[in-house]
Design a protein around this ligand. Structure first.
Ligand SMILES: C[S@@+](CC[C@H](N)C(=O)[O-])C[C@H]1O[C@@H](n2cnc3c(N)ncnc32)[C@H](O)[C@@H]1O
Length: 325
């Protein structure tokens, strides 16, 4: 994300906004801690010592503390630990980035992927550890119904539906998978998986998300996708050019373009329009506000579109899909 002014008032407002609008509903302890940061001049001073922009964001700071085993239950304990361990926290913040990889998003992508003529060649941009590149290896249950997917699938993704979601009877055939990321993570590397675990917020959904993450990392590590380190605009054409001719190429992304400047979002839309195959976008509605029906009623939901046509609004972690297409 780009910021015009990243002064201390802006950073304090950012932590307060994170607490009130994002963490309050799903992670009460993160909400308390982020509010604490927003009101504490000493801690704000430490945060201001980090490079401006994404390095100052709440998710990254909180993830770094978790990664180091710091306390994330309450503000006073968190504050004391943070001040005492600032050098170590700063190192992790400088080395790492927010790359939350939420495999459950496959449950919201599946109805679109299964509607396309197979077999599929998947290209995920902003893939993180590439866990969403295996929609054919996971099992799915919509509204608590029967399981779809391979009988030996270890990962089960549950999803609630609204409207006429075209729930498929089977998963699509995937014959090729590639991921592009500025910093691809390795699902077979214990440190990378632990970093991904550290990015999961404490709260009622934490244990289930961690279990899914570990199981999906085992799937991905067992059959590594081709992961390309690079920018999504620059790398996409050469990656798509390598996909098998007989397969339908699907370029897709979730929770990525909010981290990209508006100029690069526009450049990406142009590039993706110029490569063969289909484009599936699952992002906050503000990324493409001009699309018809882009704006969901619930502000935290994502907007799911196929080739620029909005088909659904989805839970940000893949927990729900409301069909509008
Ligand atoms: C929040 S994570 C989402 C990961 C995954 N798409 C998911 O849904 O679980 C965003 C990812 O986008 C990557 N990213 C951000 N800007 C990028 C760019 N310009 N080119 C390639 N990857 C980028 C980050 O490195 C990060 O791994």
């Amino acid at each position: 994300m780009e910021h015009v002014a990243d002064d201390v008032e802006f950073v304090a407002r950012r932590y307060e906004g994170f607490a009130r609008h994002y963490a309050a509903g799903s992670s009460p302890s993160y909400a308390r801690i982020a509010l604490g940061v927003a009101r504490d001049q000493r801690v704000l001073g430490l945060v201001m010592g980090l490079p401006a922009g994404n390095k100052r964001q709440p998710n990254l700071l909180l993830g770094a503390v978790r990664y180091l085993g710091g306390p994330v239950g309450d503000w006073p304990e968190f504050r004391d630990w943070l001040v005492e361990n600032w050098d170590r926290v700063e190192s992790v913040v400088l080395e790492r980035a927010t790359q939350t990889n939420e495999v459950r998003r496959c449950a919201t992508l599946l109805p679109v992927l299964a509607s396309l003529p197979g077999p599929l060649a998947l290209v995920e941009v902003g893939a993180s550890a590439g866990l969403c590149l295996y929609p054919d290896r996971y099992r799915y249950s919509y509204d608590g119904g029967g399981l779809i997917g391979p009988a030996d699938g270890e990962v089960v993704l549950e999803c609630a539906t609204e409207g006429a979601v075209p729930v498929p009877e089977r998963v699509p055939e995937v014959v090729w998978r590639a991921g592009i990321d500025l910093n691809p993570l390795d699902p077979g590397d214990a440190g990378d998986v632990r970093w991904l675990e550290s990015l999961i917020w404490p709260g009622p959904r934490e244990a289930a998300r961690r279990e899914r993450l570990r199981a999906a990392a085992r799937v991905a590590a067992g059959d590594p996708a081709w992961m390309v380190a690079g920018d999504l605009v620059e790398s996409l054409p050469r990656v798509v050019a390598m996909a098998p001719r007989e397969a339908t190429v699907v370029v897709f992304h979730s929770a990525v373009l909010a981290y990209v400047s508006p100029a690069d979002v526009a450049a990406f839309a142009e590039v993706v329009g110029g490569v063969r195959g289909h484009w599936v976008s699952n992002e906050g509605w503000r990324v493409f506000p001009e699309w018809e029906r882009a704006r969901p009623e619930a502000p935290t939901r994502f907007t799911l579109a196929l080739d620029g046509r909005v088909v659904a609004h989805t839970g940000e972690h893949g927990q729900s899909v409301a069909w509008v297409g």
